[in-house]
Design a protein around this ligand. Sequence first.
Ligand code: IMP
Ligand code: MG
Length: 184
Amino acid sequence: MKPINSIEELNSRIKRVLVTEDEIREAVKKAGKEIDKLYDGRPVLLVSILKGSFVFMADICRSVTVPCEIGFMCAKSYYEGTTSSGVVKITMDLDRDISGYHVVIIEDIIDTGRTLKDILRILGARNPLSLHVITLLDKPSRRLVDMEADMALFTIPDHFVIGYGLDCGEYYRNLPYIAEYSEE
Ligand code: IMP
Ligand code: MG
C-alpha cells in the first residue's frame, strides 16, 4: 500500500460503496434469526476473529436471542505478497476452554481461505460440542484451499474492500458501510 499523506487522499481511495449500511443491517438481522433457529435455545459461544470482525461481532451478538457468550481471538496470517501463507499465529487466545461449547466463529472475510482453515484446525482440536463459521463477506473467486463458511452474508467479486471493520493499512475500519478500495 502506498503511504497516505492527507485526509483528502485517504477519502479519495474510497472508490465506491459495495454494501450499504441498510443492506448490512437487514442481512445481520436475518443472520441472527438463522442462528436462533439453528441453535434453538442452546447456549453458544461467539468467537470473533480480530481485528477485522469486531464491528460485525458487535452487531451479530445483538441480533441473536439464544443465550450467548462472546470471546475474542487475534490471529495474524503471514503474507506472501498479497495473499496469506496459511501460517497463522495466534497473537491473543481465547480466555477459556471451549470443550463444553457450541462455537460460532465470526469472521470478516474469507479470501484465500487459508487463515480460517488453520483457525478451524486449531479450534477443532480443542473438542468443542460443535464448530460453525459465519462470515460477513465471501470472495469465492480467490479461494486457494477448500474452505466454505456455514453462512456468508454477502458474496463479493475480487476487489479489495474496506469498512465495517475491514482495513487497509489499519485505516477505514470505522466506515459504516463496505466499500471498494482504490490504489489510485
Ligand atoms: P485469507 O487467509 O486469504 O482467507 O485471508 C483472510 C484475511 O485477510 C481476512 O480475515 C482479512 O483480515 C484479510 N483480507 C482479505 N481480503 C481482504 C479485503 O478485501 N479487505 C481487507 N482485508 C482483507
Ligand atoms: Mg481478518
